[in-house]
Design a protein around this ligand. Structure first.
Ligand SMILES: Nc1nc2c(c(=O)[nH]1)N[C@H]1C(S)=C(S)[C@@H](COP(=O)(O)O)O[C@H]1N2
Ligand SMILES: [Mo]
Length: 456
């Protein structure tokens, strides 16, 4: 069909703006629906994380936003409430920065005892190049009032079942920081749907639960928002607590800044390497409000001695990660423990032992990789066989598969009380479990997905 030129241009630009997301590649699927995808370890070899490797975290099914209907509302404690289109936003001065997005729960699978939630390894993190406008510029245009205390964000996503709507607020001080952006581009492309098209919050240095996607509403509040995702979820005791201690949420603090952290990307843990051949130990390091990273030290002898790693000189940004490299020639066959420890401008370093917290947030312990240094590489594979679980009871399939698959269930390692609480949470969100089935479901969950045995 031939279209008049004007219509053709309109269609072409619409296609550009709502292009299908670039397919993801080699991701670790933590949940297929809603989508939670982890970046593979190979992703730490890149400075800017390509979109096809960028992790995805969604509490809900991702919404499809039509740009021509989309508006951003700015209301609450402001002199002039605003309703903005994308063109209005693009008329403001653009700002670009490189910054790490890291889920508060990144590394949760390493916590012992295990806690409920997506069992992320190292890859619920990425380093993006973000372009958009300053949130401060938008707030000033709306005439933010003296009474402003917190800024509440909401996206176009809708809750599943009766789960509370995903709404989060950040303090005015963070909102007015010149680095806090509303971004419409990521890595030089229109923001992909999975990452929040058409607009998301970029709160550099803070855990990404504050980086609201599919943004539609900004509400200026005179106090912290009191919804579930502020008052119950995303809270941390802020001090070491006994493992499995139950701490009332009101005695915990909201998750804010990221912590100083490094990840060793290569060699891989458990790999064999050749004695006498040079080996590059590579990884990345980042920090939060107390950043940027100023040094990374590496130990190849389990922490007896440490030496500085080389940091890339062209990656000195405030909020991005920095790649490091340490060259080492393992002298003779032995079993070596490699460690890395980053330091930031404020002098913070990574702990050698991670204190536990109830939701498994903020994992940043010194990473450890063990290599077997040999004279000759062996070809034998040591992959452990997958644990076979008996088929779940039909009652569980019926009750749970309405909202998500069994992938989120199978990755958990919880004791009976934790599973009991999880069933309570799901029932609260709308799961229907017959009273007569509850015990058999609980038995199945606990006996197949109970805590791991001690030791490794
Ligand atoms: N509207 C909305 N924004 C959201 C979420 C969500 O579920 N809904 N998830 C948050 C969480 S917990 C994380 S870790 C980041 C993940 O961003 P990404 O998927 O672009 O990597 O988005 C945040 N923004
Ligand atoms: Mo997250």
């Amino acid at each position: 069909m031939k279209l008049p030129r004007r219509d053709f241009l309109l269609l072409a630009s619409a296609a550009l703006l709502q292009a299908e997301d670039r397919p993801k590649r080699d991701m670790l699927v933590r949940s297929a629906r809603p989508e939670d995808l982890e970046m593979p370890l190979a992703g730490f070899a890149d400075y800017i994380t390509p979109i096809e490797h960028f992790f995805v975290r969604t509490h809900v099914y991702a919404p499809t936003v039509n740009l021509s209907d989309w508006r951003l509302k700015v209301e609450g404690e402001v002199g002039t409430p605003l309703t903005l289109t994308m063109n209005d936003l693009k008329a403001l001065r653009p700002v670009e920065l490189v910054g790490v997005v890291e889920c508060a729960g990144n590394g949760r699978s390493f916590y012992e005892p295990s806690v409920a939630g997506l069992q992320w390894g190292n890859g619920a993190v990425g380093n993006g190049r973000w372009r958009g406008v300053r949130l401060a510029d938008v707030l000033k245009r709306a005439g933010i009032k003296e009474s402003a205390n917190e800024i509440l964000f909401e996206g176009a996503d809708v809750p599943i079942g009766t789960m509370p709507d995903f709404q989060r607020s950040i303090p005015v001080k963070k909102a007015l920081d010149p680095n806090t952006l509303l971004a419409y581009e990521m890595n030089g492309e229109t923001l992909p749907a999975q990452h929040g098209f058409p607009l998301r919050v970029v709160a550099p240095g803070w855990a990404s639960d504050s980086w609201i996607k599919w943004l539609t509403s900004i509400r200026v509040l005179d106090k912290e928002h009191d919804g579930f995702w502020m008052k119950t979820a995303y809270r941390h005791p802020g001090k070491p607590v006994a493992p499995m201690a139950a701490i009332p949420p009101e005695q915990m603090q909201p998750v804010t800044s990221l912590r100083i952290k490094s990840v060793i990307a290569s060699p891989a843990d458990g790999s064999q390497v050749m004695a006498g051949s040079p080996l590059a130990i590579r990884g990345v390091a980042w920090s939060g409000d107390s950043g940027p990273v100023t040094a990374v030290e590496v130990s190849v002898d389990g922490g007896r001695t440490w030496k500085p790693a080389a940091l890339r000189a062209d990656q000195k940004t405030q909020f991005g990660w920095r790649q490091f490299e340490f060259n080492w020639t393992p002298p003779q066959p032995a079993y070596y423990t490699i460690l890395a420890r980053a330091r930031d401008t404020a002098g913070n370093t990574q702990p050698l032992d991670q204190e536990w917290n109830p939701a498994g947030y903020g994992w940043n312990v010194v990473p450890r990789v063990i290599v077997d240094v040999v004279r000759e590489l062996s070809t034998a594979s040591s992959a452990a066989p997958d644990r076979a679980n008996p088929a779940p009871p039909a009652s569980l399939q019926t009750a749970c598969n309405v909202c998500h698959g069994d992938d989120v269930i199978r990755q958990q390692r919880m004791n009976r009380a934790q599973w009991d609480r999880e069933l309570g949470k799901m029932t609260g969100w709308g799961a229907k479990i017959n009273a007569s089935d509850r015990d058999s479901i609980l038995d199945y969950l606990f006996s197949n997905f109970g805590p791991r045995p001690r030791g490794r």
